[in-house]
Design a protein around this ligand. Sequence first.
Ligand code: 5RP
Length: 231
Amino acid sequence: MSADDYKKAAARAAAHYVETGMTLGLGTGSTAAHFVAAIGEKVRNGLEIKAVPTSEDTARKAIAAGIEIIEPDETTVIDLAVDGADEADGYRQLIKGGGGALLREKIVAAAAEKFVVIADASKRVAQLGAFALPVEIERFAFALTVRSVRETLAALGYVDRDMRLRAGPEGPSFLSDGGNYILDCRLERIDDATELDKALRAIPGVVETGLFIGLADEIILAGPGGIERIR
Ligand code: 5RP
């Protein structure tokens, strides 16, 4: 089986949690897209749900799959959010934001009654940090924010050898759906994710980080050995 088959298997396992009447949070990325497809299939078979997508891309996919989407400000409740991850450790700490949707993903995950992460087993790591940490920053005076991020990382003992603004398809810089830049920080290993997240979020100009700490209730990983659940 390919990595994509495993992503699909994890997505299908998460789809079992979905019940009629729920308001779902729909994540972003290729694994989340499999979840959207699985839910679309259930909707065609009579499931009644509403969904809040975490990106324009997911909104398009959900509409194409026949899922009723609602604006995030039309609900105060998200029963279940399901999303992918770039890295997940055994403490259910995550790096997310490879697709640049981390801010909306974190808002929805934090608000959800239950947040389930789906991934192929290659995303399971002993320690976070090999995947470059995405940090969403305000465009205004971004060079000052980048300098502060660099200083904060250095103060915490991190050496970033290759920090860079993410390049975008349409222009020199990627813009999130909210119109912000993404700064990818190559840290190699993150020793204290809670400390790092807090320090980065304290910088004016930092909108959010891709560290998802204390948010995931369950991680469903699919690989050659079958399905593993970290709860
Ligand atoms: C998007 C994300 C994605 O969930 C993450 O990048 C994983 O993507 P994929 O499922 O395509 O491997 O955080 O911002």
